[in-house]
Write a protein that binds this ligand. Structure first.
Ligand code: PA5
Length: 446
């Protein structure tokens, strides 16, 4: 067996897949050009060998700590959480005795206070991850945790901090230079949602003891073919990421404006959140795109699945499975007749049967579906999936003639929030804000 994309339910025959043939050459040219210009480190990974050496050196430093508190948001946190959930589940299980990774990716005063009240500062490292070094949700937490560390540990506070940020610029880089804080760079041109295989995701992975070499191996297996200087249209047409991109683009053109990511590997549920951010921030532009919907098998069979099956017929699905999940304990043999169909069977047979049932039901109900069937639920497969879906996302964006690497629309809300807090230089936003706040409201008590 191998890792498989099963296209049987994809409805390719009903979709306009013309771009798959007509634009393959153009897409290959662009990939070659952008890789050569250093614009796609997600695929070329020029930083990787150096990073692996730096991570090796960092192991001694990380060994001093039982707790890692990661401050970051969006692409600076979601990959780390997906890796943690998939490969280090024991933190959520009974009797765990470390190490612990805590990911603070929200403006949550309860959580921050609880970290300050309960984490032992002398056994904690605070890792602040921000490519720009200016994201207020992250830097705001950094200010508070820095002050906490200074209060608790005095002069040695900076030895409990680790900064992951742009190599040359930004506020956090200035902090590195000012206080000599240990830091690792986020490479140029590697945006948050494409950065899980940089220091952003790999520092927490090393801390938890996740198999980083295998993760990277899997990623390279997929990325090397895409970053190949001899890539042409013919070669690209044989790569699964381009096939997925042409499918994604054709689906949107046919009105499928929602894309479910249904994970039938329970521990991989958080990859759904990672994918949702990747797809939404990359593809949702200029009135185009499809809404990603993360879903968890089997849990969501008893929740949103009714809508998937019989709601508006606008949904397509990526369906993630692994036939080799653990068998688990056996069901007792003396079960009541009503449950005789599971007597003596492995608990694990249930999820495989339910995954099959749901996949068939979705297909029967007209949902175009590609199954991503992994041979193993291991780090190598995660590395492959990260690059497969990341590359498919970039190529889908290019086929849609939008830029998949930026996220300009999210800036407005951030500027308005800053204006609300009194930041300088936001005259227009401040005026908008005043008009909004003084406008006639329609507020009704309930
Ligand atoms: O994917 C992205 O680029 C964003 O979601 C960023 O990761 C997020 O906005 C955080 O940015 P930064 O790492 O600069 O703090």
């Amino acid at each position: 067996m191998a890792d498989i994309l099963d296209w049987s339910g994809s409805k390719l025959e009903k979709l306009d897949m013309a771009t798959f043939e007509t634009r393959a050459g153009e897409m290959a040219d662009r990939l070659r050009r952008e890789v050569a210009d250093g614009k796609l480190p997600f695929l070329s990974m020029p930083y990787l060998d150096n990073l692996l050496t730096q991570l090796e050196e960092l192991k001694g430093f990380l060994k001093q700590f039982d707790h890692m508190l990661l401050l970051g948001i969006g692409g600076s946190a979601l990959g780390a959480r997906a890796l943690q959930q998939a490969f280090f589940p024991r933190q959520d299980q009974p009797c765990h005795d470390g190490p612990w990774l805590w990911i603070a990716d929200n403006v949550d005063a309860y959580a921050l206070e609880s970290y300050m009240a309960k984490l032992p500062p002398e056994k904690t490292v605070v890792v602040t991850v921000s490519k720009s070094g200016g994201t207020i949700e992250t830097v705001g937490q950094y200010f508070i945790m820095k002050e906490w560390m200074q209060r608790k540990l005095g002069d040695s506070w900076s030895k409990h901090m680790l900064l992951v940020t742009d190599e040359k610029q930004g506020f956090l880089r200035e902090e590195v230079n000012r206080y000599g804080i240990t830091s690792l760079p986020v490479p140029d041109n590697l945006g948050g949602r494409y950065s899980v295989l940089s220091a952003v995701g790999l520092i927490p992975a090393v801390f938890l003891g996740i198999d980083v070499p295998m993760l990277v191996k899997g990623a390279r297996e997929m990325a090397d073919a895409l970053a190949n200087p001899a890539l042409d249209g013919d070669k690209l047409s044989r790569l699964p990421s381009f096939h997925l991109a042409a499918w994604g683009n054709a689906l949107m053109k046919a009105g499928f404006d929602e894309l479910i990511f249904f994970a039938y590997i329970p521990l991989w549920a958080s990859w759904g959140d990672w994918f949702a951010q990747l797809w939404a921030e990359s593809i949702g532009k200029e009135g185009k795109g499809s809404q990603p919907i993360p879903a968890i098998g089997v849990t969501d069979q008893h929740s949103v699945n009714q809508m998937f099956l019989d709601g508006k017929r606008n949904k397509a699905c990526l369906f993630l499975t692994c036939p080799k999940l653990p068998a688990g304990p056996k069901f007792p043999t003396d079960l009541p007749d009503k449950f005789d169909y599971v007597r003596g069977k492995d608990f694990g047979e249930l999820i495989q049967a339910e995954g099959l049932g749901t996949r068939m039901a979705l297909q029967k109900n007209g949902v175009p579906l590609v199954e991503i069937r992994l041979e193993y639920d291991d780090a190598r497969q995660a590395g492959k999936m990260i690059v497969l879906l990341g590359a498919a996302t970039i190529l889908t964006g290019w086929l849609m003639d939008i830029n998949p690497l930026d996220q300009p629309a999210v800036e407005l809300g951030k500027r308005l929030a800053k204006a609300r807090l009194g930041a300088d230089g936001l005259t227009e936003e401040t005026a908008d804000l005043n008009a909004f706040l003084t406008s006639q409201r329609d507020e009704r008590e309930f």
